[in-house]
Design a protein around this ligand. Structure first.
Ligand code: COA
Length: 165
């Protein structure tokens, strides 16, 4: 299969949020609504990134956005709310590219620590974050719905002065 080529950019347009919302529904059982994504546009502490493909690349399969991430930057910390790649585009480095851009953006914003929660059963994502220098810091009981599940708290020290305890 041909490798999917993408560029990572900040999302501003409603059309891209609509595309992301569609991907979200197939990637997460407890998906954010389109309204939630559109509200992110109004939040000055939020950045949404997309892994976008060129028209010449997606015209045949109709998948303009291969992955996305949503991050909140609050009180000097970054929190990854969402990071997902379309199933047909996984294991090609797109998640890594989104995470690298997230880390770069967190550094630019002076955030020392990047935090996220992941479902306990999501071993692929846990392995993905561990590979990128995140460590597992604790558990949050019944954090997730549909189905109810424990969350694992993971953190990464971006080297901007703070440490993840
Ligand atoms: C987790 C996710 C974002 C990874 O995206 P990706 O584009 O496939 O990741 P990459 O190709 O950059 O993978 C980098 C590394 O992560 C780990 N990894 C990623 N997918 C994996 C899988 N299916 N099984 C085991 N390890 C995996 C591997 O260590 C991999 O390195 P390798 O290819 O050298 O083995 C993707 O699987 C996904 O969208 N999952 C569904 C949504 C989700 O669970 N998001 C995270 C919750 S916050």
């Amino acid at each position: 299969m041909k490798k999917v080529e993408c560029e990572i950019s900040v999302v501003n347009s409603d059309d891209d949020f609509i595309r992301i919302s569609k991907l979200e529904r197939v990637c997460f059982s407890d998906a954010w609504s389109l309204t939630s994504f559109l509200n992110e546009k109004k939040n000055p502490d939020s950045v949404t990134l997309a892994a976008k493909r060129k028209y010449s690349e997606y015209k045949n399969d109709g998948l303009p956005i291969a992955g996305y991430a949503n991050i909140h930057f609050v009180y000097g910390d970054a929190y990854i709310n969402k990071l997902a790649v379309a199933s047909e585009c996984r294991k090609q480095g797109i998640g890594t590219a989104l995470l690298e851009k997230t880390i770069e953006t967190a550094k630019e914003k002076g955030c020392g620590v990047i935090v996220l929660d992941v479902r306990k059963s999501n071993y692929n994502a846990r392995k993905f974050y561990l590979k990128h220098g995140f460590t597992e810091k604790g558990k949050r009981k019944n954090l997730y719905q549909n189905p109810v599940e424990e969350g694992i708290v993971m953190a990464y020290c971006s080297g901007s002065g703070e440490t993840a305890n």
